[in-house]
Design a protein. Structure first.
Length: 476
């Protein structure tokens, strides 16, 4: 209690000397090095940084903008850190203040490295791509000393995932490193959802680019889900745990042999035979990578960070070239072009056998690619705010379900605009999937939600077929 009284006294003193300084952020941040603060904490075993940032947590919003730190002190996610310190001072936890501080600092450093690798600003929604974690490791490995550093690095990533900071795949095979963090966060079970198929199935949902498996919402009684991706384990915000995908390279092969490859993989991994040919029992959902097709795919092209050429005279946004040769990221864009073309060939081939399909991608460069011109009669555009989300995220969906016309909550599947859209405050949507400090998502899992297709949209698409409705959902 003596420590608690000391902290309260120092906080009262900080409030007194900071009176009238709310607009002077530089002056306020300098208080962390104030000699009076140091003198009042002398002999207490408390650091000025710990006490100062706990005090800052109760200050006006303008002061709270200092969470990104300053040249005097790098402060990571200090709101949670401040709460941790107050718990220590009030005797609610035995964890050392220095340990709480260092852990928060380490998590923020890792998060910044991941954001940098993903080409995002700090604070933007962060969805990991395959290989991002490994690239980030090379930037922060100096922070993890001794044997087991790579494992500890992934444990930090696990904590960030469970606190809603990021979503996506990891590079380390699943093991006790995940279970330890899961248990430490007070969760029950193993935190893993493995692929398991029922042999008594009537419907099959095949998900290309399954990622976080939002297409699971399409499942109904007697249906099985075949999630295919290049990464086995992915953290899903919606499921709140790691979900398992069946690993398969979907960028190679041909439309003719794709089903045989999927059948062989499922039989080998799960002992379930999907049958010799796709049929009307099969639904194909496709989610190509957004990175090289989004509206921001030409960002920072001067620094070689762009994927596509938005200035090209054709207007088709081809992969970015320099000196007549594809850049490193331009090659990735070209590879994604080739992959999408293969997926479309598969969709056409399977459609002749009764398969219904859909391909979704945010409004951006994909619709401008020449190979998509043949798909003009299959395209629908929706805004996610019309399906219960607080962000707009305009998205194109190409589908063979001709009876589906977007409805949502607006009647058209589109945003109603300023003054009418329930997801807007003033002239802005409540949340933004492109970052933005004023409208960014908050709360557990919110930072990672930008990749999800709204469940309302998935079910609306499913209900467009009465036969599907009757077999899957029992809806007339």
């Amino acid at each position: 209690m003596a420590t608690k009284r000391r902290v309260q006294q120092v906080h009262a003193w900080l409030t007194k000397i900071s009176a009238g300084m709310e607009g002077d952020l530089v002056g306020l941040k300098r208080l962390v090095d104030n000699t009076g603060l140091k003198r009042r904490l002398q002999g207490s075993g408390l650091s000025t940084a710990e006490v100062y940032w706990a005090w800052a947590a109760s200050r006006p919003e303008r002061l709270q903008r200092m969470e990104r730190g300053s040249r005097f002190l790098e402060v990571p996610d200090w709101r949670r850190q401040a709460l941790g310190q107050l718990s220590v001072w009030e005797g609610r936890t035995a964890e050392a203040p220095s340990r709480v501080w260092e852990q928060e600092r380490l998590q923020q450093r890792v998060l910044r490295a991941l954001a940098s690798v993903a080409g995002l600003e700090e604070g933007e929604d962060l969805l990991l791509e395959p290989g991002d974690a490994r690239l980030a490791w090379h930037r922060v490995k100096g922070l993890f000393k001794g044997a087991g550093g790579y494992r500890e690095f992934h444990q930090v990533i696990a904590v960030l995932m469970l606190r809603g900071k990021l979503e996506g795949p990891v590079d380390l095979e699943m093991g006790d490193w995940w279970e330890e963090v899961w248990a430490a966060e007070g969760r029950s079970g193993t935190g893993r959802q493995e692929v398991a198929l029922d042999t008594a199935f009537h419907r099959i949902v095949v998900d290309f680019g399954a990622g976080t498996q939002c297409a699971r919402a399409l499942l109904g009684p007697g249906a099985i889900y075949v999630p295919l991706d290049t990464v086995r384990w992915v953290y899903s915000r919606k499921a709140g745990m790691m979900v398992e995908n069946l690993v398969m390279d979907l960028s190679v092969g041909s439309a003719e042999d794709m089903w045989a490859r999927i059948r062989e993989l499922v039989l080998a991994r799960l002992g379930v035979d999907l049958g010799g040919q796709p049929s009307s029992l099969v639904i194909l959902w496709m989610s190509p990578p957004c990175k090289t097709f989004s509206r921001a795919d030409s960002s920072n092209r001067i620094r070689g960070c762009g994927y596509r050429d938005h200035r090209h005279r054709s207007g088709m946004r081809p992969p970015l070239r320099e000196g007549g040769k594809l850049t490193e990221k331009g090659r990735l864009a070209a590879a994604h072009d080739k992959m999408v073309q293969l997926w479309l060939e598969v969709a056409w081939e399977w459609q002749t056998k009764g398969v219904r399909w859909a391909l979704e991608n945010p409004v951006g460069s994909l619709v401008r690619r020449p190979y998509m011109r043949a798909m003009d009669g299959y395209i629908r555009q929706v805004d996610y705010c019309a399906y219960g989300r607080d962000d707009m995220k305009p998205t194109n969906i190409w589908t063979s379900v001709s009876g589906w016309n977007p409805v949502g909550t607006t009647g058209t599947g589109k945003c109603l605009g300023k003054g009418r859209c329930l997801a807007m405050q003033g002239s802005r949507h409540k949340r933004s999937v492109t970052g933005g400090r004023k409208a960014k998502a908050v709360g557990q899992g919110a930072q990672a939600s930008k990749s999800e297709v709204p469940e309302m949209l998935l079910l609306e698409w499913a209900r467009a077929e009465k036969e599907w409705n009757g077999v899957w959902h029992g809806v007339e």
